[in-house]
Design a protein around this ligand. Sequence first.
Ligand SMILES: [Zn+2]
Length: 313
Amino acid sequence: MFPSYRGRFAPSPTGPLHFGSLVAALGSYLDARAHQGVWLVRMEDVDAPRTAPGAAEGILRTLEDFGFEWDGAVVWQSQRLDAYAAALQQLKESGLAYACACSRREIGDSATRTAIDGGRVYPGTCRNGLPAGSTARAWRLRTTGDETAFEDRLQGRIAQRLEQDVGDFVLLRADGLYAYQLAVVVDDAAQGITHVVRGADLLDSTPRQIWLQRCLSLPTPSYAHLPVACNAAGEKLSKQTRAPGLRRERAAAELTSALAFLGQQPPSELAEASLAEIWRWAFAHWRFDLIPRQRNFLVQSKSSILDRQGAGS
Ligand SMILES: [Zn+2]
């Protein structure tokens, strides 16, 4: 019998694992274990030009060093291009995907609105066929003005009208790479994922993924979007904002900080405990309902999270 809960952690190997991705790994892992579920790791390396050499191996080593235990073999998106091609073919045959000849500049010149993710809303130039004399650069998915909505376990009801909020979005990019949105939907379905727990930086992508699931006749998992760790400037901790990579010798302190960030109330002495004790505490005390229901959450310094929690308990 399949377990009724299948979760996953799906990092992009653009650099070392940092505190922000540790929070996502920890939240998805503890939620899966609390449901006696399966927890899978998928390496989202479909965007090869953004992949840093050795980063994927480094992320897996750090997860191991920190005591995470995933089920089954790691899935690599770079080895699943045939599956993405098949999904795109299915969308072409059903008339939902169409070729687009527009350059980024042409879209910028013609689009009138800013998309929900900060890009430009695609104005639908090629919806009814390529303009004469032009050649296909990318493939896009047809959207509608109807509401695509879901109930997030943490962030509440999220709704978008994709045609207005995003526009027909890219499935196969002009550089020949499959878009993240397509890859993640195909992979979640192939791995039988029932529960997605990830950072709220992906919240605005979720209606696109649900729309794609419907177009491909795939099931929609349950979603929970964790608050994203931000620095004082309001920027997500990431390689781009020079978030430091996690070090093995600080595993206890980092895990304890990540538990505190997720609203759990670890005793401050846990930061000095063995990894076995930390995981014992985490499995025994994990409470999903304590996670802050926010999109962003400031990390001033990680010790201050613990101090505040210590003061309040
Ligand atoms: Zn176009």
